[in-house]
Design a protein around this ligand. Structure first.
Ligand code: MG
Ligand code: MG
Length: 248
């Protein structure tokens, strides 16, 4: 069942989204060669707690940190640690915050210093594919219109979208129904209605779409070792069209 949020609940989710977005911005401002992913995690956790909010991922199914930090061929769910960022890396950061029981969830891929043209193109295409998916979040559209739009943009740029991990409904739980794939056939799936809130999160690989998990039980990498990028927003379907909640 897809939980419909009232306008008041959507306003509450906007606060979780604002804090999530600001945490990501603060992390992005600290991204540079030589910084560890653990240091970035600390920035996010301290900021989220300073707002009286809670990190959404810390302890979620046992995840040990506030952020997921995924470098280069790492797709999602990388664990912050001692690794230092290096010039030319791309770093995907996924962040969530809980406020008054409501969740915000957002991700962004950052360039570490100067990155090569392929990495830049991958990041741009992934962000553009998210924008294309968000544009479909209108009350007259269907669920798979979102993924079809994401896939079209990513593949037109010569990249592939991950199949095994998908977006999701979000509200009083981080993961609610429905699953929101980043691929599919336009015109299929349930009709979108005002009050539906989804986290749309294309994971786009420079090579093939296949992924595998590392022995740490969390980190997901591309099967072929190619670069991967990840952008995510939490978005509400409203009478007036899509409203991105994970913004400051
Ligand atoms: Mg996320
Ligand atoms: Mg998510």
């Amino acid at each position: 069942m897809i939980v419909i949020k009232s306008p008041v609940e959507i306003e509450m989710m906007r606060e979780a989204g604002r804090i999530t977005a600001k945490a990501l911005r603060l992390v992005g401002e600290a991204v540079r060669p030589g910084v560890t992913t653990r240091a970035l995690d600390k920035i996010a956790e301290e900021y989220i707690r300073s707002e009286g909010a809670k990190p959404a991922f810390l302890g979620y199914h046992g995840f040990p940190a506030t952020l997921c930090t995924s470098i280069n061929e790492q797709v999602v769910h990388g664990i912050p640690g001692k690794r230092m960022l290096t010039e030319g890396d791309i770093l995907s950061v996924d962040c969530g915050a809980v406020v008054d029981g409501f969740f915000g969830d957002s991700a962004m891929t950052f360039a570490v210093g100067e990155v090569n043209p392929e990495a830049r193109a991958l990041m741009d295409a992934t962000r553009d594919s998210l924008d294309a998916g968000i544009a479909k979040m209108r009350a007259d559209m269907r669920l798979y219109d979102i993924g079809a739009a994401v896939q079209q943009v990513a593949e037109a740029a010569g990249f592939s979208v991950v199949r095994e991990y998908v977006g999701h409904g979000i509200g009083r739980a981080m993961h609610e129904e429905p699953q929101v794939p980043n691929f599919g056939q336009a015109g299929k799936g349930v009709q979108l209605k005002p009050g539906m809130v989804f986290a749309v999160e294309p994971m786009v690989n420079a090579g093939g779409y296949e992924v595998r998990s590392l022995d740490d039980g969390w980190t997901v990498v591309t099967a072929d070792g190619s670069l991967s990028a990840h952008f995510e927003h939490t978005i509400a379907v409203t009478e007036d069209g899509p409203v991105i909640l994970t913004v400051e």
